[in-house]
Design a protein around this ligand. Structure first.
Ligand code: PFF
Length: 463
């Protein structure tokens, strides 16, 4: 069976694989731009509270559901209560949607790897470099296809384990680079054309210190929805992935502790990435530059690397290669889920399914790339931010579908099978479930209410 093949060796193997899926462009690209867009400190504060409450609850639910049922998401719910089988199908929609644009971001990273390989770091600092890249219909598609091809090859040959072995080296390496570049950025200052001097330390203060001035209910709700969508995306929860990972974990692994490690590592990487990128944006473009959205990292970091002199190009190359690796481990986990489930549904071979899904993803991602050129539009989302095609798909999966799936999961676990069902699995290994009280309270009362509110807010019905 597929299961044994995926089985992890002990808790380290499990934590590394789950962290490989969790840590990706969500931490380094998405978290900093949302934090910057939402004004810094307040977003960070809200996010941290959410990780410790919702993040823990959702991650625990997914992993325990998987381990106890020994099934993937598509079948897990239905195997407990046949009537709830629809929820498994619904969760499947999320990775399918995310796959369409994850490879586009992967393509952007691939482009920057080649930029630094070919010594064009200086060109990348020019205003308009990134925009002209994504608005060129051919080049953005070519780089996306390269990234998708690497992802598909790994899944095609079923060699996920092989690349995960590198995680032990690459992930800490990426972390060290983020810390190093971040420390460098914070020590920098820049004099703008109008003579204003902005320092990295001021940027760090904007990033970390919550600013409650002029805070309205509407703005707070936007921050809450953004932070929650980030939490889902970053931890890969409420999309079936962690249910499947849970089904691979040995029965004697201490789930409580492993979940704590995944939460901690994922959040640490995101927080540090933000501390590297947001001060850089602040130095070069002030608070006005902070609302630029998905382009944030690609526009601000080249300027930091350039300022480092000749070594900057090498550091930049190392950074984008490691980031590319983190992105590959995540995109592999998405494609693997799609392929493994479809193999089950259509009873076909891994290779055939991989080709079919890879092909569909290539077409869908090409359309997303064209959202910046051929199909360009600007749409105002119900939360007030302006969006292109990529942002619309991101919004549908992370801000709309995930609160809905989480709401239904909370009702299912909190009220249908009851939290005890999960708690029993958490202590099945003979270890303590230390946050049991919090879990039960969150899953029954807090999470369903907040998820319902966020779902209606994502539709623009709560202002
Ligand atoms: N959690 C990953 C990240 O933060 O980049 C993204 C991700 C992985 C999303 C796996 C969805 C998924 F199924």
């Amino acid at each position: 069976m597929e299961k044994k093949k995926g089985g992890f060796t002990g808790s380290l193997g499990f934590v590394l694989s789950a962290a490989g899926s969790a840590v990706g462009v969500g931490n380094i690209w998405r978290f900093p731009y949302l934090a910057a867009q939402d004004g810094g400190g307040l977003f960070i504060l809200v996010y941290l509270v959410l990780v410790l409450t919702f993040g823990f609850t959702l991650l625990t639910t997914d992993i325990a559901l998987g381990r106890r049922t020994q099934k993937n998401a598509l079948e897990a719910f239905g195997s407990i209560r046949p009537k709830w089988g629809f929820l498994g199908k619904l969760t499947f929609l999320v990775p399918a949607l995310i796959m369409t644009y994850y490879t586009v971001i992967g393509g952007w990273i691939t482009k920057y790897i080649t930029v630094y390989m070919t010594g064009q770091g200086a060109a990348a600092t020019q205003d308009g470099f990134f925009t002209s890249f994504i608005s060129s219909p051919v080049s953005s598609v070519v780089f996306m296809l390269v990234f998708l091809a690497v992802t598909a090859l790994v899944v095609f040959f079923g060699v996920e384990k092989g690349i995960e072995r590198f995680s032990k080296v690459v992930m800490p390496g990426l972390l060290v680079l983020i810390i190093g570049v971040g420390a460098y950025t914070i020590m920098q200052s820049h004099t703008a054309a109008d003579g204003t001097v902005r320092t990295g330390l001021d940027g760090l203060a904007v990033y970390l210190i919550p600013n409650f001035e002029g805070l309205t209910f509407g703005r707070f709700m936007k921050i809450l929805l953004d932070a929650m969508s980030q939490l889902f995306f970053s931890l890969s929860v409420s999309m079936g992935i962690m249910i499947t990972y849970g089904s691979y974990v040995d029965k004697d692994v201490n789930l409580s502790r492993s979940i704590g490690h995944i939460e901690l590592f994922d959040t640490l990487v995101a927080l540090l990435a933000g501390a590297m990128i947001v001060p850089a944006v602040y130095i070069f473009s002030g608070t006005e530059g902070m609302s630029s959205g998905p382009s944030l990292m690609f526009v601000s970091l080249p300027k930091v690397f350039q300022g480092m002199g000749p070594v900057g190009g090498i550091i930049a190359l190392a950074f984008f290669i490691m980031l590319g690796f983190a992105a590959i481990t995540s995109s592999v986990s998405i494609l693997e889920t799609l392929v493994a489930n479809c193999m089950n549904i259509f009873k076909t071979s891994r290779k055939k399914m991989c080709l079919i899904i890879g092909g569909i993803s290539a077409v869908a991602a090409t359309v997303i790339c064209m959202g910046y050129n051929v199909f360009y539009f600007e749409l105002t989302l119900p939360n007030g931010s302006s969006a292109q095609l990529l942002d619309v798909v991101d919004y549908v999966s992370n801000s709309f579908l995930m609160p809905l799936i989480s709401f239904l999961t909370c009702i299912f676990v909190g009220w249908v099978i009851k939290p005890k069902w999960i708690e029993e699995e958490m202590v099945a290994s003979g270890h303590k479930f230390s946050r049991k009280g919090l879990y039960s309270f969150m899953i029954r009362f807090v999470a369903p209410v907040i998820m319902a509110i966020l779902f209606f807010q994502s539709l623009g019905l709560v202002k």
